[in-house]
Design a protein around this ligand. Structure first.
Ligand code: THU
Length: 135
């Protein structure tokens, strides 16, 4: 279970990461921070590209940083945007892979004010996940 301090810390890390976002095309900066099962935090931001589809969302940068360092089980993610925007569908599916249906998703605005809180299952109902595939 996440306590108030865990949530505040995750939002703060996402807010800090947002400042380093590389978004010269959309000018829409996003920061994200994930909390691993063992309590570590990895942050990320959106990294755009002149060839637009080669860009990557903040949530996926943060998740892939954690996973690439060996953290495959995630408890929560905080996402910070100017206006409290919600994670895209592709990122929700990646959250499903490593956070499962009960992953906590915190959405905050650029001041760091927590605006919304969901479980991933609320954001991606009836989702497809790893357990659907034969082992
Ligand atoms: N973006 C994210 O980083 N996360 C989302 O969930 C939505 C969109 C980024 C992608 C692109 O760099 C910019 O925001 C505008 O779409």
């Amino acid at each position: 279970m996440l306590n108030k301090q865990d949530k505040e810390n995750l939002v703060r890390r996402a807010k800090e990461a947002r400042e380093l976002a590389y978004a010269p095309y959309s000018h829409y900066k996003v920061g994200a921070a994930v909390l691993t099962a063992d309590g570590q935090v990895y942050s990320g931001n959106n990294v755009e590209n002149a060839a637009y589809p080669s860009s990557l969302c903040a949530e996926r940068v943060a998740i892939f940083k954690a996973v690439s360092e060996g953290h495959r089980v995630l408890q929560a993610i905080a996402v910070v945007t100017a206006n409290g925007g919600s994670p895209c569908g592709g990122c929700r599916q990646v959250m499903r892979e490593f956070g499962g249906k009960q992953m906590v998703v915190l959405i905050a605005d650029e001041s760091g004010m927590l605006m919304e809180e969901y479980t991933l299952d609320q954001l991606l109902p009836r989702s497809f996940g790893p357990e659907e595939l034969p082992r």
